[in-house]
Design a protein around this ligand. Sequence first.
Ligand code: KG4
Ligand code: ZN
Length: 344
Amino acid sequence: MVNKPYILAIESSCDDTSAAVLHGTRLLSNAIASQAIHSQYGGVVPELASRAHQQNIVPVVDVALKKAGIDVSQIHAVAFTKGPGLLGSLLVGSSFAKSFAQARNIPLIGVNHLHGHLLAHWVSDKETENFENQFPVLCLLVSGGHTMIVVIRNFLEYEIIGYTIDDAAGEAFDKCAKVMGLGYPGGPVVDSLAALGNENAFIFGMPKIQGYNFSFSGLKTSFLYTLRDQLKTNPEFVEENINDLCASLQKSIIDALMAKLKRAIRNTGIKSIAVSGGVAANSGLRSRLTDLAHKHNLTLYLPEKAYTTDNAAMIGMVAYFHYREQRFDSLDAVPQARMTVGEF
Ligand code: KG4
Ligand code: ZN
């Protein structure tokens, strides 16, 4: 065991093949190969994703090592995303990591993908100080597959206090974008068009859900019905109103997220908040969170946009804390398609 290990981390849970090298908690490189093939299908096709991972994994690892200026012989441990995700995709990363661990005779570390998102804010290419004194943090984890509010107690301990009972926030962005013909993934496109529109132009129904939980399927239906009704009288409705539709959709999703986050802040008394997952790249959400933090004197942790969507750097961050505790996996570790926050 060394104090500052060189860790090679692999992320392959969905449609991004990524590899990163860290020295302790300092990020040396983060390489990503995204898979454009899925956009023509309007969503990720699992079979195509695993095939593309298989093609990309060796070159991506090679780029990460080269960028970091590290030889394979210097790596102290190899980490991979264990789940949740698409099984065929996870298998590519886990098989690669297991072979690497066995060939180099180094520890293998399986990481929960959601745990990675939770620590994305701490990813940095600089030496970080006062690292351990920031907890508890209330984190809004919003991605294409998950939407939850998590209390992060320390780097390895956290608790989900609210989650979506149906669609994730990113899914709501993507599904509504798809019916507007904006391609996949639609979240980033909605974000940029929303900046040009009137967010109060349309109102979409939102269900009332108990506690800190979320629901986005009602919003999606309300959005679809609005389009269906308007298109009956005006076939150009979507094209003519695209900016206003995006702005109003984005506002509805953010309103729902902010309402529950505010409630959690009030009830828990936690003074530090964070956001993570792909939807954390959304400029509207980032500015609403910034305003909230300012108004209530909260500390806000916003991850760099590069580390909001799937990346291996965040997997490497988690792996470092596992390494410190010698929490290793054996070579018969099995990736899991379903896994929640808190499962290791
Ligand atoms: O975390 P992520 O890369 O993958 C999952 O683990 O799900 O998140 C992808 C999701 C997609 O739904 C995508 O549309 C959404 O994040 N997303 C955004 C933005 N950038 C990515 N949603 C809204 N605004 C954005 N700027
Ligand atoms: Zn993710």
